[in-house]
Design a protein around this ligand. Structure first.
Ligand SMILES: Cc1cc2nc3c(=O)[nH]c(=O)nc-3n(C[C@H](O)[C@H](O)[C@H](O)COP(=O)(O)OP(=O)(O)OC[C@H]3O[C@@H](n4cnc5c(N)ncnc54)[C@H](O)[C@@H]3O)c2cc1C
Length: 497
């Protein structure tokens, strides 16, 4: 293969979206993706295969800080983790770009304000055809463009839940979603959250960004290509080669520009494996500050009512996002989960009889509580040869405890006599971020505000790793918006030519 102008490593939200942003620039681009495209199979809409058998999980083991091996919920397909995502495409709140005092410490500021990223949030919403409504959520920041489509409709039990929460004086709002609900349901009457997308029902990194990028014949996707390391020039100022393995064969490319978008955990791992003390790591921050929201599932159960929703996931509640904790501390976001059933419950409650799980699921409205995890240098991704070691130090757990308490009271007041909650499994790094953060100071951050490494002039890192804080909302739209902003920066500065 001839050396292209740009190599992008990974076709997830970061990689595929920056490729879409660079389409039409005239640069020749190769995307190296370790996974293959997901295609429809009997398992793609089967809850037991997905949640109990872990059919789509990688055949890979990581280790936790105690040395315990685990199989991570980190997905390697064309489109990356977004193939299974809940398609909630929500902006960080304006306040998330400034320092914010939490129970567990201070959430750091971004190196720029919300207003700087806003135009690209709008572009990302257009690219992902986001369904949403303005004017319902008091924490919603300024939008220069309305959502391109009206919200996904609430099903009847959820319309009732919306009215009940409003009755308490709260402000439930329509979740912004990258879902074409008619197309999704035509493929099977299931929820979409954590279900693999093999068509156009979910707008994900493959069906939205990559599809747009591949309209440009200068952009080529190479699947089954696992990048092992980057090679720096002898003086160390730039990247000379990207080394990867395909069909067992070692290969390399030497582009002018390298964009590393392998996901927050794998991008850090690739940098750490590339040199004795890691590439792009003069700050010693690569792999550190690993964050992944503090979250819990909450089931509001009323034995007198049946929740016959198919997808359920259309409501969000941000009344406790900016305050609500003791001393006015922020708590977090509340949103619906995809509708659970007995099989899905079985994946976390192994011992209960199936009929009890089915009964509980049929009578429950299922919520997802999400609180900010703060950066801690000792919360880190490390490598041990080919293996990944995930030492996740949770922070700020008081927010989750308090959010669960206030929501339990609210849901009881709405008429659900039984409210159960359970924190999410530590081994699922769904909202991984922070491991190659951006900032203004090379002493404390590997990346500048354009996601370019301070140490190597032709290396960018564009994925969840760049996020300086985790906020308390889903990360994908913020990653996509910054990817489009960085693409425009690269175009305007002719870095690849
Ligand atoms: C079940 C689930 C539900 C979620 N729901 C939501 C949601 O509703 N809203 C939201 O905002 N976020 C959600 N997320 C999180 C969201 O999917 C991620 O934040 C987002 O996809 C991250 O994009 P990324 O580009 O940083 O990384 P990834 O998606 O991890 O993409 C990295 C890509 O790089 C490839 N890769 C990795 N290593 C290599 C290598 N060595 N060589 C070559 N290629 C490599 C991977 O295969 C992958 O394609 C969810 C995640 C999960 C798992």
């Amino acid at each position: 293969m001839r050396n292209p102008d740009i190599v992008i490593i990974g076709s997830g939200i970061g990689g595929a979206t920056i490729a879409a942003g660079l389409a039409g620039s005239g640069a020749s681009i190769v995307i190296l993706e370790r996974g293959e495209r997901l295609t429809p199979t009997p398992q793609t809409r089967d809850t037991r295969s997905i949640f109990v058998d872990g059919y789509f999980r990688p055949k890979e083991m990581w280790r936790d800080a105690g040395g315990q091996p685990f199989n991570p919920g980190n997905y390697y397909y064309v489109g990356g983790n977004s193939k299974l995502y809940g398609a909630v495409l929500i902006r960080y709140r304006k306040e998330d770009f400034s320092e914010m005092e939490h129970f567990g410490g201070v959430s750091p500021a971004w190196p720029f304000a919300y207003e700087e990223l806003e135009p690209w949030y709008s572009k990302a919403e257009q690219l992902f055809k986001v369904r949403g409504a303005l004017g319902e959520d008091p924490t919603e920041p300024f939008h220069s463009q309305p959502y391109p489509f009206a919200p996904v409709p609430d099903e009847a039990p959820i319309a009732r839940a919306r009215a009940e929460l409003k009755g308490l004086g709260l402000h439930p709002s329509s979740l912004p979603l990258g879902v074409d609900i008619d197309v999704w349901l035509a493929g099977g009457r299931t929820p979409w959250d954590a279900f693999p997308n093999t068509g156009a029902g979910k707008l994900d990194a493959e069906s939205a960004s990559l599809a747009a990028a591949l309209q440009d014949s200068n952009i080529q996707l190479v699947t089954g290509a696992t990048v092992e390391r980057l090679e720096a020039s002898p003086a160390g100022k730039s990247i000379d080669a990207v080394h990867y393995r395909r069909n067992g064969e070692a290969k390399f490319l030497s582009p002018k520009l390298v964009i590393l978008s392998a996901g927050a955990i794998n991008s850090a791992a690739i940098l750490l494996r590339s040199a004795p003390s890691g590439l792009a790591n003069s700050s010693d921050q690569v792999g550190r500050n690993f964050m992944n929201h503090n979250s819990a599932a909450m089931l509001a159960i009323d034995p007198r009512r049946i929740n016959d929703s198919v997808y359920q996931k259309t409501l969000s509640l941000n009344d406790y996002y900016l305050s609500g904790g003791k001393g006015g501390r922020p708590l977090g976001n509340v949103q619906l989960l995809g509708k659970i059933n007995g099989d899905i419950l079985r994946s976390s409650v192994r011992l209960a009889p199936q009929f009890a799980l089915d009964y509980m699921a049929r009578h429950a409205v299922d919520w997802y509580l999400m609180c900010e995890d703060l950066p801690d240098p000792e919360s880190r991704i490390m490598v041990d040869g080919a293996e990944i070691v995930m030492q996740w130090r949770r922070t700020n757990m008081q927010s989750l405890t308090d959010l669960a308490k206030v929501m339990r009271e609210n849901l009881r007041a709405c008429g659900y006599p039984i409210v159960l909650s359970r924190p999410f499994d530590k081994r699922t790094p769904s909202h991984q971020c922070g491991t190659v953060r951006m900032g203004n100071d090379p002493v404390t951050a590997p990346l500048d505000p354009w996601c370019r490494t301070f140490d190597h002039q032709n290396l960018f890192v564009v994925d969840g790793g760049f996020l300086p804080n985790s906020a308390a909302v889903n990360p994908a739209l913020s990653i996509a918006a910054q990817a489009l902003r960085v693409a425009d920066h690269i175009r305007s500065t002719d870095l690849a030519s």
